[in-house]
Design a protein. Structure first.
Length: 318
């Protein structure tokens, strides 16, 4: 049993941990705000499955370098660039208990963000904690035909390092609720996984406009899909990963939908953002510890930063 737990944890331990996180998407959603779910954070793992019962530590570190694209997909007229480090330590508790036929687990996360934001040649740098994340319920079911299905409800607390009127933020001044689900096909070393999360945004009542007035800002809800297609050969695993992100609702300021160009960044009407990315992933199993390296490149972006992202993850059972 100990050997099974070690090997399996390398394969599936990061389930919930990678299901959530953050990255500064420079003016996507609320200006200077942060996308609660870091696109691509689940890449490389079969999130439809849960590891054997036990407690697991997972850490996902990413380096992000991107430039803002407007509503047409072209560069922002003011020139907006972002460089960010995002570190996401997490603790996952996988239990032997079952609810509604699914294995039960829970997880907690505390991301940390360092961001360098440059707008029209002026650079602002800030480091701090992102909103704490709790996922009190994760359920995973084993289905026929080597399929696994999971569901969860991550909750992003309004407790991160946020300052009214700051040039760059590391957290959101809102709560976010992100019902999620994933399906994985696992056979003969293959991992084919699609992980989805729908982030329901709440309203920021302390948004500061360009003229210094305080009003409300409501970011639209966002759907995220991370995909993984990879194969394991002995201790090595390699494949293709990526994501697609789409904002389903318009942003609004003071109850009015954001007009095209109103933010001064070339934004489209409603400031809805969208992006698609792909890239390689490689992992190695050291025994009690597994590591994963991957690179994703945004193929296009609208009302969001077009990013190059370098990732490093390690996972181990306690």
């Amino acid at each position: 049993m100990a050997k099974t737990r070690k090997v399996s944890s390398i394969f599936v331990a990061p389930l919930a941990v990678a299901a959530l996180s953050c990255a500064n998407e420079a003016y996507a959603l609320e200006p200077t705000g942060v996308d609660p779910h870091e696109p691509g954070i689940t890449n490389g793992i079969p999130t439809g499955a849960l590891p054997p019962p036990g407690v697991y530590v997972v850490n996902d570190l990413s380096y992000i370098d991107g430039s803002l694209k407007g509503g047409s997909g072209k560069n922002s007229p003011v020139g907006v660039n972002v460089i960010a480090w995002v570190d996401v330590p997490a603790l996952v508790w996988s239990t032997p208990w079952h609810i509604l036929g699914g294995q039960y687990a829970a997880a907690v996360f505390q991301p940390y963000v360092n961001t360098e934001l440059t707008v029209a040649g002026k650079t602002s740098v800030r480091s701090g904690l992102f909103n704490s994340i709790i996922e009190p319920v994760i359920l995973s079911w084993k289905l026929p035909a080597n399929l696994y299905l999971s569901a969860g409800l991550p909750i992003y607390l309004k407790d991160g390092d946020w300052s009214k009127g700051a040039a760059v933020e590391t957290a959101n001044h809102t709560w976010t609720f992100g019902p999620s689900a994933a399906i994985s096909y696992l056979r003969d070393g293959w991992n084919l996984t699609l992980n989805g999360e729908y982030d329901i945004q709440t309203r920021n009542n302390d948004f500061v406009t360009a003229r210094g007035a305080t009003t409300t800002y409501q970011s639209g809800n966002v759907i995220n899909f991370d995909y993984t297609a990879q194969k394991t050969f002995g201790k090595w695993t390699a494949g293709l990963v990526g994501y697609w992100v789409y904002q389903t609702d318009d942003d609004s300021i003071g109850g009015t939908i954001v007009p095209a160009g109103a933010l001064g960044t070339g934004n489209g009407a409603g400031n809805r953002f969208e992006k698609l990315a792909a890239g390689p992933s490689v992992a190695y199993d050291f025994g009690p510890i597994s590591v994963n390296f991957r690179y994703t490149r945004d193929l296009y972006a609208k009302n969001a930063t077009l990013n190059d992202v370098f990732w490093f993850r390690f996972a181990l059972p306690l």
